[in-house]
Design a binder for this molecule. Sequence first.
Ligand SMILES: [Zn+2]
Length: 311
Amino acid sequence: MNRRQTVPPQQKYTVKDFEREFPTEDACLETVMHWRFPEGKTLCVTCGVERKHYRVSGRTSYACRACGNHIYPLAGTIFHKSSTSLRTWFYVMRLMASTRIGVSAKQIQRETGVTYKTAWRMMKQVRMLMSEDIKLSGPVEMDEAYFGGSDSNKHSHLRGRAKTPALGIVERKGRVVARVIPDASKASILPVVGEVLQPRTMIYSDESATLAQVRWMGKSHKLATVNHSKSYVDGYAHTNTIDGFWSLVKRGIGGVYYQVGPEYLQSYLDEYSFRYNRRKVMRPMFSQLAERTTMQVCPSARESKLAQLGL
Ligand SMILES: [Zn+2]
């Protein structure tokens, strides 16, 4: 597998950066605390006052100085109730954010010492952080891709399954949305198009019969089809951008995918889309990913209670 990196310097986050910023388990916990509750300040339910909470030594909690009530910054995050150290979690996020082509669970097992099963589960959780709902603006390119490959590469229990289709829509020089669809019918494609694109968006696609049906979706999308058999690229009429995205994904997950089955394909697409959509943001991709651990929390029991009380 080609692991050549083409990450711009501003996006780089090296092992040295990591060692400096997160030397210990406590440093990771402090960071999560501050992402979640800036300056460590949050409402103490018992006192009914917003105040700074202090680290309780030997525990993953912080306490209100006045009444001693504890809060748990990891509650509701992907780290909650995990027996794996926070530092290992952060390390896995760094690896997954710093690759272009993707990392394997095997590599994570080798570099962190967790079991293969744990590595696989952690990656699945991190991919959840990478999932997002975005809308695109035109002109866009659209094309389907099929995953599953030939039977000879598959585990016996996966043989004979049909390939899994996915729909990709990409802004030129912009962001991408990639979705697993049940089949490549009009009924499966149109809802995705309707959700992701504004009416009257210009869409470039190849001559697939299915995509041509988008003409009739009633939102006045303009569809231009591109004839690949012509030996020239006709100005704007090309699908190079989406072809490039799909080839990146296929190079990365081709080998891994046979082992995990179609039900996980969407999370792999989320991972590749996340990195693709941030390739021009000049901040470390790791920071952009790690911060999402507290943006996407499931409310903890305490927070649900607060919401219930209207606090
Ligand atoms: Zn208190």
